[in-house]
Design a protein around this ligand. Structure first.
Ligand code: SOE
Length: 390
């Protein structure tokens, strides 16, 4: 870390520059605008193979320098943190190299393609004594943090159910191209690992560890046109050549939690009309909560002890001073957005680095998450319940 002016600064090196590259860059740049109690990230260097594109990204997002080879970036002694926002199949190699060069690491989710790779990443960071996090940003929505507080305080009582649905619809058009998220060798799985992983993380954060699962997976559109230049969620293509989709378009699974609660999960990219509806409901003996990313500032709560005639869900706008993170932003009712969940996560990471600890969700959480993903895939292919080892 570098001493400069009044704030300790920490030099970030980021690998990748597409959707999450832009989101993480925004979070690093805005962090010190909202939080003055921790390290100030410096956008030191960004890496990407396409020199023209990475130069453009560096200029647009405010990175001081660029590299066209990530291996050069992880070797630089002016870099303190490596942020991995590249497709899933690259996470393990990059993270292990970064750990071996003494860099703290933030990795996008899911941690890896396999449990074995995720375990190797965890071993590398622990062996090299570097700090680590995985970017499950939805934990850092104030309403989700408040739900966790209510549960921890016993306000919901014994937890009976969590039902989580992560609903998208961006690939329902058969002409949508075969982007990397639809290629098992690059992505590992489809809706399951890309968005189901978020629901699994929220389940672990709010209810607890999952002990066994029973799942089903489906690929509704088996072939798609090969991609052109674009690989994002709004990619288009003129390609007349087709390729096989090798991941799930949708997944549904049952889960039993170690504490006895029941879980029902769904992650799909074929729920027409739902753009990014990451939502859950948790029911306990004393009350329930429910949250929907498309209305992310609000937490619906229900308490059994409300007076007769007044029972029912009510919506709490989690922007009051008592609510997590509210003081960092605006007066009550002046809501925040998707990008602020990343700023809140980066704040936790910076505080963790200062305290020399890896805040949750870290690579230990990433391995647990990867084990649930693998168990769901095994369950779906072998049509049986699958237990998850600790
Ligand atoms: C695409 O499904 C995606 O960009 C995910 O990869 C992100 O993790 C999620 O936050 C939004 O949707």
């Amino acid at each position: 870390m570098r001493e400069r002016m009044s704030r300790k600064e920490i030099n970030i090196g980021m690998i990748g520059y597409q959707f999450m590259g832009k989101m993480h860059s925004h979070a690093y740049r805005d962090l010190s605008f909202y939080f003055e109690d921790t390290l100030k990230p410096v956008l030191k260097a960004i890496a990407g193979r396409n020199e023209t594109a990475v130069i453009q990204a560096a200029e647009q997002m405010g990175w001081e320098s660029y590299e066209t080879d990530w291996r050069r970036l992880v070797e630089r002694d002016d870099i303190d943190v490596i942020d991995i926002v590249t497709p899933n199949h690259t996470h393990a190699e990059i993270a292990i190299a970064a750990a071996e060069h003494g860099k703290h690491i933030l990795s996008e989710k899911p941690l890896a393609l396999t449990v074995e790779d995720a375990e190797r990443m965890k071993e590398a960071v622990e062996k090299n004594g570097v700090l680590h996090m995985i970017c499950h940003n939805y934990r850092f929505a104030p309403a989700v943090q408040y739900a966790r507080k209510l549960i921890e305080e016993g306000k919901l009582g014994q937890i009976y159910h969590m039902r989580a649905n992560y609903l998208q619809d961006f690939i329902m058009d058969p002409s949508f191209p075969l982007i990397w998220r639809l290629n098992k060798e690059v992505s590992g799985s489809g809706a399951l690992g890309d968005i189901g992983a978020h629901s699994i993380d929220l389940a672990r954060f709010l209810v607890g560890e999952i002990s066994e699962v029973s799942g089903m997976m489906e690929t509704f559109i088996k072939e798609r046109p090969l991609p052109g230049a674009g690989q994002g969620l709004t990619a288009k293509t003129e390609n007349s050549e087709y390729g096989k989709v090798t991941v799930d378009d949708a997944v549904a699974f049952l889960a039993r939690f170690e504490n006895g609660a029941m879980g029902t999960f769904e992650a799909t990219r074929f729920a027409g009309g739902n753009r990014n509806k990451n939502k859950f409901e948790i029911n306990g003996s004393k009350g329930s909560v429910r949250w929907d990313m498309e209305n992310m500032n609000n937490l619906d709560v229900y308490f059994e002890d409300s007076p007769a005639g007044l029972q029912g869900f009510r919506s709490i706008n989690c922007t009051e001073e008592v609510h997590p993170y509210a003081e960092a932003y605006w007066p009550p009712g002046h809501i925040i957005g998707y990008e602020h969940t990343f700023i809140n996560l980066m704040h936790a990471f910076m505080k963790g680095i200062e305290a020399k600890e890896s805040p949750s969700p870290n690579f230990v959480d990433g391995v647990r998450n990867q084990k649930v993903l693998a168990a769901v895939e095994t369950s779906a292919s072998e049509r049986k319940w699958v237990s998850i080892s600790r």
